[in-house]
Ligand binder design. Structure first.
Ligand code: SIN
Length: 288
């Protein structure tokens, strides 16, 4: 297997891995690359059966069940990503970390796309360690004292109606998480708020919360922190939701885009203080 980084901060392509048949040592290489590059891409794969994709994802931990999307009886852990000419929404079409409204949000997600639009449908991923590390130490310290509220009703209610989900009596998850979270494997800090699920910073006034979130969103969406993946048929992306965000562009309507996502369950986000880190990346705010 070969690991080819795609940018200096995020994303690597793994060449020569057969995800349906990985040895223990190959899996260790992939796991280390996942910790280092945050998002891994695998091209030239066969279309994985649900069983194979599920058993690959299970090597990282227990699986997560989506709180809103329709589920098949046989594979309830499979989240079908599908948009087409009659879709009113496309999943992931905004910056987010998957299901951050859950009290134990996903560790990671593994998506394979089987049907691609003729052009477009790229996914952007952004490094939230870098977003944290490029803040001033004063801002790092301040943000690490804060807790944010993540909600989902505004996103999910009615969303899957077109796929037969009746959610009239459903209660959707909401959770409070530290605004800066510590990664349980790397020990690094990252920003853990996103414009899709985060609705407020606790203990701030409405306008303070709105202004601070708007500053953070602007900062975390800088292109320096991003990698953009152009899909090929049956390519797979595997991302770490604890330290990244992503945005699936819906720029291909009325074309179809379809695939399967299997999501790995995570733990309750926590913040553990550590020495402040200054990024080696020099970003200029002259243009802000
Ligand atoms: C998602 O899981 O948020 C969707 C990603 C994608 O469709 O590229």
């Amino acid at each position: 297997m070969k690991i080819e980084p795609m940018t200096s901060l995020i994303g690597a392509e793994i060449i020569g891995a057969n995800l349906g048949n990985l040895s223990v040592s190959e899996f260790e290489v992939i796991h280390d690359a996942f910790t280092k590059h945050l998002v891994l891409f695998f091209r030239d794969q066969d279309e994985l059966s649900p069983e194979v994709q599920i058993s690959f994802a299970k090597r990282f931990g227990n699986l997560h069940y989506h709180p809103a999307a329709p589920k098949s009886k046989k594979y309830p852990e499979l989240f079908v990503i599908h948009s087409h000419k009659n879709s009113k929404f496309a999943d992931g079409n905004g910056w987010h970390s998957d299901v951050s409204c859950d009290s134990e949000p996903p560790l990671g997600s593994c998506l394979q796309l089987h049907v691609l639009p003729s052009i477009g449908g790229d996914t952007l991923f952004a490094n939230m360690y870098a977003a944290y590390e490029t803040l001033s130490s004063t801002m790092q310290r301040f943000l690490s004292t804060l807790t944010a509220i993540h909600e989902s009703e505004h996103l999910y209610r009615g969303r899957y109606e077109e796929r037969g989900v009746d959610d009239t009596n459903k209660i959707y998850p909401t959770a409070e998480h530290p605004l800066i979270r510590t990664h349980p494997v790397s020990g690094r800090q990252s920003i853990y708020v996103n414009p899709s699920f985060t609705t407020k910073i606790k203990d701030l006034s409405g306008s303070e919360s709105k202004s601070l979130l708007s500053f953070i969103y602007n900062h975390q969406q800088r292109p320096e922190f991003q990698v953009r993946f152009r899909w090929s048929k049956n390519a797979i992306a595997l991302w770490d939701n604890r330290c990244t965000q992503h945005f699936a562009l819906w720029d291909y309507w009325p074309d179809e885009r379809k695939g399967n996502r299997v999501t790995i369950k995570g733990e309750k986000p926590f913040y553990r203080a550590s020495p402040l880190v200054e990024s080696k990346l020099k970003i200029s705010d002259r243009n802000n």
